[in-house]
Design a protein around this ligand. Structure first.
Ligand code: HEM
Length: 214
């Protein structure tokens, strides 16, 4: 493999990334204009994704193709639950529905955890590097848009100080570069990462029209 996997993933998903940035409720989120109810629905759906992803990663913590990506600071399910507790209050899980796209995504993650655990790395890439890159900006926009008290309900975006975020990002990328033993494995990860972006696009579109996705 001549091109390192981290670079290959970035190049292969660049166009999809652009389309996801513009999909469904994302533009409103970026303008700080997403209604609170829609934001809670987004967090609730993301929580289901992270729970499935992180339980799969935990189950295969010693897998040589996943272990290099398992940085404790990355885990997000607990932070999302804390934000939902803070912004919605107890009972958010039954109160806030999951979209069809989320349910399908969770099924995919569970299937990978059962049958092809190394491909979970592609989903870890799409989520965690996305969070590490966008977190600081989104925390500010969400806080302003929803008029939150400083630090309230934005644990999801908190990976520590800027140096910690940069270090985490570097460690994750370095981890990626060691996990594909051959070309077939690398290509399978690139394909799975593209699929993850498409699934996110569907999710954001369904969340914009909540009744359409149920
Ligand atoms: C909401 C609008 C978004 C904006 C404005 C945004 C912006 C950015 C920026 C500026 C970078 C750094 C690019 C670079 O270093 O070359 C980045 C990286 C990334 N973003 Fe986003 N992003 C958004 C949404 C998302 C979403 C929803 C996902 C996942 C579904 C995502 C996944 C990623 C990934 C995986 C990377 C790392 C790319 C790489 O270096 O390999 N982004 N994003």
């Amino acid at each position: 493999m001549t091109v390192p996997l981290a670079e290959r993933l970035r190049t292969a998903t660049r166009e999809l990334h652009r389309s996801v940035e513009r999909a469904g409720l994302m533009p409103a989120l970026l303008r700080g204009q997403l209604p609170r109810a829609d934001y809670l629905l987004l967090l609730r759906n993301l929580h289901a994704l992270y729970e499935a992803l992180e339980s799969g990663l935990a189950r295969h913590a010693d897998h040589p193709q996943l272990a290099p990506l398992q940085l404790p600071a990355l885990a997000r399910a607990g932070a999302l639950a804390a934000d939902l507790d803070a912004l919605h209050g107890a009972g958010w899980a039954p109160a806030l529905p999951l979209c069809a796209a989320t349910r399908a995504y969770v099924d995919r993650l569970r299937l990978l955890a059962d049958r092809r655990p190394p491909l979970l790395a592609a989903h870890a890439y799409v989520r965690y590097l996305g969070d590490l890159n966008g977190g600081q900006v989104l925390a500010r926009l969400v806080g302003q848009g929803l008029q939150l008290a400083p630090g309230q309900g934005v644990a999801f975006y908190d990976f520590g100080a800027a140096e910690q975020v940069a270090a985490c990002s570097r460690a994750f990328r370095a981890g990626l570069d060691g996990i594909a033993p051959d070309e077939a494995a690398a290509q399978a990860l690139v394909d799975e990462a593209c699929d993850a972006f498409v699934r996110h696009r569907e999710l954001f579109e369904q969340l914009q029209r909540p009744t359409a996705g149920h």
